[in-house]
Structure formats: C-alpha cells, structure tokens
Design a binder for this molecule. Structure first.
Ligand code: LLP
Length: 421
C-alpha cells in the first residue's frame, strides 16, 4: 500500500495534488510520501519484533538527507557503501553505532573516515581488505567490530545485473573458505569479529533463495561458534522485491520474510540486522513528468515526456518496468491510445515503455512513473546537460523541496576552462 491515490479526479501524494507540485516546482520531479516511508520501515521492524534487531536502510536506494533523517528519527540504522553515504547518514543525524559499512571496494580513506566517525560494524568483503583494516585500526589505536560477508553461491532468481550471491559474482568470500578467513580475522589485531554478513541480490520475489542462503549462514554460524568465535550478530542483507506492476502477483511481504529469518536462524540467539532499501522507499516515490509532444509516427505514436533516461535509468539499464499513469484520472469512457513513452535524450535507449495503452494525452498533460523512489534519483545524471532532477517530500497536506533543481549557472560553475585555452 502507498499513499498515491486519485482524489476528485487528480492523482495526489497523500493530501497534495500532484498538479500543485508540478506548478510550483516544475517537472520532471521525484515526489516521495513520508507516510509511506514510515509505514514500510515499520513493517520491517514488525517483521523482526520477535528478536533483537536493527533495520539498516540501504542508503544506496535513496540517499536524500531528508529521507535519511525521516528514517533515522524513526530509529533506523543505515547500510552505507561509500564515504559519501557515510557522510550523508551522519549529517542526517544517524549515530555511528547505527551505521554498517558494506561494499566490495572500500578505500583506506573511507575506512579511516568510518573509524574516526564511529561505526557499528564493517562488513569485510575480501582478505586484502581485512588485513588493511587491521593495520589501519592498529595505527589508529582502534578496535573495529567486523562481520565477514560470505558468498553462499545461491541463485537469487532475479535480474542478472542485480544478483550478488552466486560464486561468479564479485561479492563476499566463498562460504566454503569462511572458517579459514574467520580464523585469520580472529588472530588479527584491531579487529573484533562479531558477526556473519550475507546479501544475495535485489528485487527478490521468491523467499526460497533466502531460505537456502540463511540455512547456510546458520550452519556456518554453528561451525564458527564451535571454532571459538563469538558470533552475536547476523547481517542478512536486503533485497526483498516490490510489486512494480499493479496487475501482478505481489512479492512476499516483510512479515513473511521475517518468518523465514525466524525459521532459519531464529534459534541462534543472534541480533538480526537487515539492509532493505527498495522495499522501504521504492513504492514511496513517483517520478512526475509532463508530456512535451504527442508525435504521430508511422504505425506507432510516441508520447515524448520531459523525464528521460538520465532522470530514471532503470528501464534503459535493466529493461525495468514502471507503471505509467496519468495525473488526471481518466473517465470510464476515456479514449485509449497505444503509445511508446519516451524521453528527449538522443538515444533509442531513452524509452520507458513500448506499446502502452494510455488515455489520449497531449502536450502539457502530466503523468507519473510509479515505484520510482528507489534507485531513481540516486542513479540520475546530467546527461545531455539536463539539470539533475529535483526531489520533493510530501507529508499530509504540505510538501518541501528536498533537493532543488540546479540552474544552468550552477551546473556550469563546476567546470573550469584552463587559463591556457
Ligand atoms: N545491502 C547490500 C550489500 C546491497 O548490495 C544492496 C543492494 C542492498 C543491501 C539493498 O538491496 P534492496 O533491498 O534495495 O534490494 N540499481 C538496481 C539495484 C541495485 C541493488 C544493489 N545492492 C536497481 O535499480 O534495480
């Protein structure tokens, strides 16, 4: 459930008509619903209320400071994968004790930043990283809590570009080698082994891969304890999928996911950490856009809108589907037209959907791309020198611009023409 519904014939975000946001902020623009964000976060907490837990929002899904502050104030931890994300989480007011540092290629500078600023746990992804972190911690006189990310070689049954838990993927340490690596970690100064970490992919729509991966983590945890390691935390990653199509079977709910966790690792008495991103913020956001032209082609018509692949990359990058709906509610007898919905960028990849039946729309009409709150704004660029897409947060009947659209002047001010040119 989200808070984007028609009221009096106009699509609203909570109590705010999207027409109002388009008029005041312009388009394209991302619009998020605070109530939906809070609701989705609450569902994960509820799913784990049978045990000690920390829900760490995966900052990569949406790193706007206002989104992080909202979730942080509700008690969320944060899963970060870069110095930039760490900084955002801290600036949003999240204490280091609630920040988990993941990521396959952390630099020394990033690890130093986390140690200096305070960190709940570093999820180690490789042996060189582990040794470097130990050296760094010793130099800094610190003891860093660590988990080791294991790769369970499980097929997450998702898009190949976002699967991470197969042995061919770059992530984690092969689970078969884990005991040996844990033994080395325990012997290294500056590190305190606290847990096991796993993440097998994103947009999972089936719980079986989780079941398989978590069962392996449970076996490993027992083996590690027998080896003398005090494993007190399990970081079980993120990845639970969301419904991208209204007319489709919905993926499992957080509550069902929580049950799988309970069944597989619940008896170990560990504190459970999870790192959901998409499921919290995906359906809490839409991309609002305006039709520039309806172009009648040969045998097909193109609805050219002012959002483009630089604003929402997922369709071009993963062939992803985002439901497209008009802001003005179509009447029951509305004439329908089959169109390709495309952006203005000079690439054929700049196509959001082909052959979609929409009520007849023309220049100036507003549409939204649904389910765009996760991996939307964060993956946006200024390709074609299009200003970085702004973001708006709605709460009840009011809204705020939480990232302003840059002016051309601001965009150009980042470039420098060397004096010798
Ligand atoms: N934890 C780790 C270590 C991850 O790598 C990820 C996502 C997450 C948590 C959060 O997963 P989520 O709950 O959001 O599925 N850009 C792609 C998605 C890439 C996901 C990468 N890792 C997309 O637009 O579909």
């Amino acid at each position: 459930m989200d808070h984007f519904n028609y009221r009096d014939g106009t699509l609203c975000a909570e109590d705010v008509p999207l027409t109002r946001i388009a008029a005041e902020v312009g388009t394209p623009v991302y619009v998020y619903s605070a109530a939906t964000l809070a609701r989705h976060f609450g569902l994960f907490r509820q799913a784990l209320d049978w045990t000690d837990h920390l829900v760490c929002f995966a900052v990569k899904a949406n790193s706007n400071l206002a989104v992080l502050k909202l979730l942080g104030d509700l008690g969320a931890g944060m899963d970060v994968v870069s110095g930039g994300e760490y900084t955002r989480a801290r600036v949003a007011g999240v204490p280091g004790e609630r920040i988990v540092f993941s990521g396959v290629g952390k630099t020394l500078a990033e690890m130093r930043q986390a140690i200096e600023g305070g960190i709940r746990q570093v999820n180690i992804e490789s042996e060189p990283e582990m040794r470097a972190l130990s050296d760094l911690a010793v130099t800094m006189g610190a003891e860093v809590p660590v988990a080791i990310r294991v790769n369970p070689d499980v097929d997450a049954k998702t898009h190949e570009k976002i699967a991470t838990g197969k042995s061919e993927n770059k992530f984690g340490i092969p689970i078969a080698k884990a005991r040996q690596v844990y033994a080395e970690a325990a012997a290294l100064p500056g590190l305190r082994v606290v847990g096991v970490d796993v993440h097998i992919g994103s947009q999972l729509t089936d719980l079986d891969p989780y079941r398989a991966a978590y069962a392996k983590v449970a076996d490993l945890t027992r083996a590690l304890r027998a080896d003398g390691h005090a494993i007190t935390r399990l970081d079980l990653g993120g990845g639970l999928g969301i419904p991208y199509r209204r007319d489709n079977n919905a993926p499992p709910l957080p509550l069902e996911y929580g049950q799988v966790i309970r069944e597989t690792v619940g008896d170990l008495g560990c504190e459970i950490e999870i790192e959901p991103g998409r499921n919290i913020v995906g359906n809490a956001g839409v991309l609002l856009s305006q039709v520039i032209w309806l172009k009648e082609g040969e045998g097909r018509d193109f609805l050219i809108v002012d959002a483009a692949m630089n604003d929402l990359l997922r369709p071009a990058m993963y062939g992803a589907h985002h439901d497209i709906v008009p802001v003005a509610q179509p009447g029951v007898a509305a004439e329908v037209r089959r169109v390709d919905v495309v952006g203005p960028v000079c690439e054929s990849a700049d196509t959001f959907q082909k052959g979609v039946d929409l009520p007849t729309l023309g220049a100036g009409d507003l549409i939204v791309f649904r389910s765009a709150g996760a991996y939307g704004a964060v993956m946006a660029s200024e390709y074609n020198s299009r200003p970085l897409v702004p973001e708006v947060l709605v709460s009840g009947d009011h809204f705020a611009v939480i990232r302003a659209r840059p002016t051309f002047e601001e965009m150009l001010s980042r470039d420098t023409i060397p004096e010798w040119l």
